[in-house]
Design a protein around this ligand. Structure first.
Ligand code: FAD
Length: 487
């Protein structure tokens, strides 16, 4: 077969799809508008420091193994993986934090210490979460979202109530301690919606967290990007950077080519891993499947304000992953989902990868990434960014009992406007469209265009949803659907 497929974008979904499409025998060319591949998982290097610009949590190692396994390889052929222990630390106030161990028995001990009897409830909760994980990851998430019937299996019909209840009700049924509740409601934030708007079935994320643990690829998430690119190149894929797709050319209802940096090129088939909404704007209006009001009504995952900071000393009392949950999450969530505005007292997340990985900062120094989730589409100015930087640095100093402000060598920021400019992201969303009940599986935007022949979509706005592991899966199912619907 000599058919040529052009893949728009080089995020995780496109990188995965490029490998699968090459394995199927297509001649694959990836077109990325930015200067490097990786999409939201690009890397920033400055003054001897290294930062993952986007994802920092490596969860669900089995999904990465499955991906590389499909090509007769394993992750260790490309990067070294280390299990973090503790997986992360969560602050609730001054002198008040917990460590989530890499060892499940120790997590049970922590729960029991915080709330007598809670470890028994946690065990029962995790038993169900593990079963759901097996059902979801072994089966459901690899379905292309074509039909509601995909969700109906002998195992899921017995779990209908879990699709109709929410994570919030499930967690709060038996656990009353506010710290444990926050810890248990944290993993579903990766799915982009509030725990009160996420189906209980997604408790499989809690199994991913406590059961499978938090891992770190040495060199960071970008090592995974580089590994996948290397695999793709071995399979014959060409990766072109600084290649902006301006238009998808359609003739007689069929893709015939693309306009790239103003030049017309021929193509048999186009698969877009760029944000779905943006991809549709590359088409004439009559070929778009979803209207602006369709997108307007959807629940998007948050945008974020991010800082990449170089410190001239090592920091105390923080871990590789540290969550600052010392303020009211419900109030912060309201500003993200219900009344888009800047939060007064935001929760925030900080990553200090140089604590466990010396490749991230020069000796004796620390690299820090800070993230505040925000409503997509809100105002983004330098003044607001600076205001929030001061706010979180003060909170960091107070909660971790140290002075760091004068040890900052540099800071760079990334926010709503950058998400739009760098990734053509709808309203500057950071990680796509949320996995709410009405935005799950066949209810998400479709992989195969209903209006244009030979046009397909992959990535975090289609199935299965946001996150690095789902993006790898998305690349696989898009490739399989292409093969199935074209042969
Ligand atoms: C700050 C942040 C933190 C995150 N943290 C985590 C985490 O810890 N763990 C986790 O699992 N997930 C995390 N995520 C989510 C995860 O990073 C994403 O779900 C995933 O990387 C999305 O991959 P994608 O392929 O769908 O899209 P993208 O990575 O956005 O790729 C799309 C690509 O298309 C390109 N493109 C757009 N328009 C064009 C055009 N016209 N022409 C050519 N190219 C174009 C873009 O430049 C981009 O490279 C995080 C995301 C962000 C932003």
């Amino acid at each position: 077969m000599n058919e040529k497929v052009h893949i728009i974008g080089s995020g995780f979904s496109s990188l995965a799809a490029s490998c699968y499409m090459a394995k199927l025998g297509y001649k694959v060319v990836v077109l990325e508008k930015n200067a490097s591949v990786g999409g939201r998982a690009r890397q920033l290097k400055r003054d001897g420091f290294t930062f993952d610009i986007g994802p920092t949590w490596y969860w669900m190692p089995d999904v990465f193994e499955k991906f590389f396994g499909d090509f007769g390889r394993q992750p260790s052929d490309y990067y070294k993986l280390e299990k973090l222990d503790p997986g992360y630390q969560v602050y609730f106030g001054e002198n008040d934090s917990v460590y989530i161990s890499g060892n499940l028995e120790k997590i049970y001990d922590l729960f029991e210490k915080e709330e007598t009897g809670s470890s028994k409830h946690l065990k029962n909760f995790l038993d169900v979460a593990k079963e759901n994980y097996d059902i979801a990851i072994k089966d459901l998430v690899y379905k292309p979202g074509v039909s509601p019937l995909e969700l109906i299996t002998p195992k899921t019909v017995t779990r209908v109530s879990q699709f109709l209840s929410t994570i919030r009700t499930q967690v709060r049924k038996n656990i009353k301690n506010h710290k444990l509740i926050k810890v248990l409601e944290f993993p579903v934030l990766f799915l982009g919606a509030k725990p009160s708007n996420t189906p209980g079935f997604y408790n499989f994320m809690n199994y991913a967290d406590f059961g499978l643990g938090t891992w770190h690829p040495v060199g960071g998430m970008y090592s995974v990007v580089e590994g996948m690119r290397k695999l793709g190149e071995d399979l014959g894929v060409t990766y072109e950077t600084n290649a902006n797709v301006d238009e998808i050319i359609v003739e007689n209802g069929k893709v015939t080519g693309l306009k790239v940096n103003g030049e017309r090129i021929f193509s048999d088939l186009v698969l877009s891993g760029a944000d779905y909404h943006h991809t549709e704007t590359l088409l004439k209006r009559e070929y778009r499947q979803y209207s602006e009001s369709y997108w307007e009504k959807k629940t998007f995952a948050p945008s974020s304000l991010l800082f990449y900071v170089g410190f001239d000393k090592k920091l105390d009392n923080v871990e590789h992953h540290t969550l600052f949950f010392d303020t009211d999450f419900d109030e912060h969530a309201r500003t993200i989902y219900d009344d888009p505005s800047w939060p007064e007292n935001p929760l925030f997340y900080a990553s200090f990868p140089s604590i466990t990985d010396s490749t991230f900062a020069p000796e004796g120094k620390e690299a820090g990434v800070f993230l505040i989730p925000l409503a997509p589409g809100i105002e983004d100015t330098d003044e607001l960014r600076d205001k929030y930087f001061d706010l979180i640095i003060k909170r960091l100093e107070k909660l971790t009992k140290q002075k760091v402000k004068n040890n900052i060598i540099f800071k760079e920021s990334f926010c709503v406007n950058d998400f739009v400019k760098d990734y053509n992201s709808y309203k500057g969303n950071a990680y796509g469209m949320a996995n709410t009940l009405l935005q799950t599986a066949f209810l998400r935007p479709k992989i195969k265009s209903k209006k244009v022949k030979n046009l397909y979509f992959t990535g975090q706005l289609t199935v299965p949803g946001p996150g690095v592991p789902p993006s790898l899966i998305s690349g696989k199912i898009a490739s399989e659907l292409i093969q199935k619907t074209r042969s």
